[in-house]
Design a protein around this ligand. Structure first.
Ligand SMILES: Cc1ncc(COP(=O)(O)O)c(C=O)c1O
Length: 393
């Protein structure tokens, strides 16, 4: 006999989310999520779909007709991009300078592609010279890179240089903008990026569930002229075209509430203005960076590649990174994260994204971090850190 479970009412703790995502959700987005459902083919929902597409184009800085939210988390929009673009027999060039290049590789392999790599150490961006050499050596059909690497806190500079190398070699470019879209400068059209995907739970401050994707006509031509069907039915863009294109015919039931949420999150982007939003992320994260540096801590990414939305801070000698994370969660209801992969144990990852990229959050974080480090006996100058943050803000 299976007993009747005795489960109480849902009462999650009220955290301040300053990790690698999700970020704090804007109250307007939470309100949008509690509005009544309509059907996924209701004429009113068709209007909402159009609005979401228009707002996504604004946020990606693109005129691409093919701009949609993919049902699922960032990995779903990533797999929609890679799985539709890569066919058996194709070669995809992926980076090795972080955790998410490996995920791209794994998806390309599952799509039947051959994977080749362009190398850079974890914590550094790709060098255009290395990308050019990899093109000469492997002639890939598709080139993927991570614009904002969440595992290392590194921003990939020189994007137009990378895309022009790829296009001179007749390859299509896929950009991972999961940790940059809506928080860090990204211009799909001006930078000639063919495909970009993202997630809603980072700089857009929206719960995960419907993930931005944009493809230009060259990319969509390749998708629509594939010799073989993509291996995923659910993420087959030629089928999704029926729902998100002119026809608006059923493919799968859209996650209505997540689409409402994304619409409100993107409306907030448009109200603030995309460039103003990039500037806000930069200035608030600068205050965080100034504070941790004045405390005597070191950022993992050098200034030129520093990613404002995800700040990686080196754990000082003798300090237990996990104990600090636990202390912040228990004493301050504040979430930050440890390092991933090659940087596990070496860094903390502190997000400064969307609704969490506010002066209030950064001041709170600095006070809490100062306390946690003092508790650990770390020789840091908390006063200097707080003063530097406060001056910068
Ligand atoms: C750069 C990057 N790409 C892809 C993903 C995958 O997104 P998700 O976890 O929403 O599936 C993440 C998630 O953190 C990410 O940071």
């Amino acid at each position: 006999m299976v007993e009747k479970p005795d489960v109480g009412e849902l009462a999650p703790p009220n955290r301040t989310l300053m990790g690698p995502g999700p970020s704090d959700v804007h109250p307007r987005v939470l309100r949008a999520m509690s509005t009544p459902l309509v059907g996924h083919l209701d004429p009113s929902f068709i209007d909402i779909m159009n609005e979401v597409q228009e707002l996504l184009r604004y946020t990606f800085r693109t005129d691409n007709q093919w701009t949609i939210p993919v049902s699922g988390t960032g990995s779903a929009s990533m797999e929609a991009a890679v799985g539709n673009l890569v066919e058996p027999g194709d070669t995809m060039l992926v980076p090795t300078n972080g955790y998410f290049g490996d995920r791209m590789a794994s998806m390309a392999e599952r799509a039947g592609g051959e994977v080749v790599t362009v190398d850079a150490p974890w914590g550094e961006p790709l060098d255009p010279v290395a990308v050019e050499t990899a093109f000469d050596e492997h002639s890939p059909d598709v080139f993927g890179f991570v614009h904002a690497e969440t595992s290392t806190g590194v921003l990939q500079p020189s994007v137009p240089e990378l895309t022009s190398i790829a296009h001179e070699n007749d390859a299509l470019v896929v950009a991972d903008t999961v940790t940059s879209l809506g928080g860090v400068e990204f211009r799909a059209d001006e930078w000639d990026v063919d495909v970009a995907y993202s997630g809603p739970q980072k700089c857009l401050s929206c719960p995960p569930g419907a993930s931005p994707l944009t493809l230009n006509d060259d990319a969509m031509d390749k998708v629509l002229s594939r010799e073989t069907q993509p291996r995923s039915w659910y993420l087959d863009l030629s089928l999704l075209e029926g729902y998100w294109g002119d026809e608006r015919a059923y493919h799968h039931t859209a996650p209505i509430t997540n689409v409402y949420a994304l619409r409100e999150a993107l409306r907030l982007v448009a109200e603030e203005g995309i460039e103003e939003r990039w500037a806000r992320h930069r200035s608030v994260a600068s205050a965080l960076k100034a504070g941790v540096e004045a405390m005597g801590l070191e950022m993992n990414a050098p200034e030129e590649y520093w990613l404002p939305s995800l700040n990686t801070v080196r754990v000082p000698d003798g300090v237990d990174d996990g104990a600090v994370i636990e202390y912040l969660l228990e004493e301050y209801d504040l979430e930050i994260a440890s390092g991933l992969g090659a940087l596990a144990g070496d860094i903390w990852r502190i997000g400064c994204m969307g609704h969490s990229a506010r002066a209030k959050n950064v001041s709170y974080l600095m006070t809490a971090l100062g306390d946690a480090l003092t508790e650990q006996g770390a020789g840091v100058d908390v006063e200097a850190g707080l003063a530097a943050t406060s001056d910068a803000l």
